[in-house]
Design a protein around this ligand. Structure first.
Ligand SMILES: Nc1ncnc2c1ncn2[C@@H]1O[C@H](COP(=O)(O)OP(=O)(O)OP(=O)(O)O)[C@@H](O)[C@H]1O
Ligand SMILES: [Mg+2]
Length: 156
């Protein structure tokens, strides 16, 4: 069995937000999405699209300073949006208590390298990179994700 490996052209912020909404429709409690990419790559734009679609919230701030913002989906699942850019060591990460949420919530993590190797193994990774004319999105995950994202349409 091969693992999941999908790539998408994301020509504008709207298509990145639409990818978030489309992926959100495939998620369930206990899923973690690791959002990789440089400053300004579009991680928060993606998260905003998902949170608008799942939680009906349209004024989603970047969690740059709060580190975690909490939402609830229409189905009553907690959705956490974290930005770990300012986390400097594992002790700070522990104080945040983010890992406690991994089992029961949908968790979106910007700067997942600051999980210091404690990202859930079952997580799905979205890597956003600057590309001529916008961004490229690359989704990777294990074989279970390959089944769950069968026929996935990034436009929803
Ligand atoms: N194709 C695209 N997808 C997403 N954002 C885009 C795209 N093209 C241009 N942009 C712009 O790039 C910026 C992305 O900002 P965003 O806050 O989403 O990035 P980020 O990866 O969360 O950054 P940070 O690491 O600072 O949190 C926005 O201003 C957005 O309008
Ligand atoms: Mg961001």
């Amino acid at each position: 069995m091969t693992a999941l490996d999908l790539s998408f052209d994301l020509p504008d912020p709207e298509s990145t937000a639409a990818l978030g909404a489309a992926l959100g429709a495939r998620l369930r409690a206990g899923d973690t999405v690791l959002l990789e990419g440089d400053l300004g790559a579009g991680k928060t734009t993606f998260a905003r699209g998902m949170i608008a679609a799942l939680c009906g919230v349209t004024d989603v701030p970047s969690p740059t300073y709060t580190l975690i913002q909490s939402y609830e989906t229409a189905d009553g699942i907690a959705l956490l949006h974290a930005d770990l850019y300012r986390i400097e060591d594992a002790d700070e990460l522990n104080e945040l208590g983010l890992e406690d949420a991994f089992d029961d919530s949908i968790t979106l993590v910007e700067w997942p390298d600051r999980l210091f190797g404690r990202a859930p193994r079952s997580g799905l990774t979205l890597t956003l990179t600057l590309a001529p004319g916008g961004r490229t999105g690359h989704i990777s995950g294990g074989t279970d994700w390959k089944d769950r994202l069968d026929g996935f349409d990034p436009r929803g």
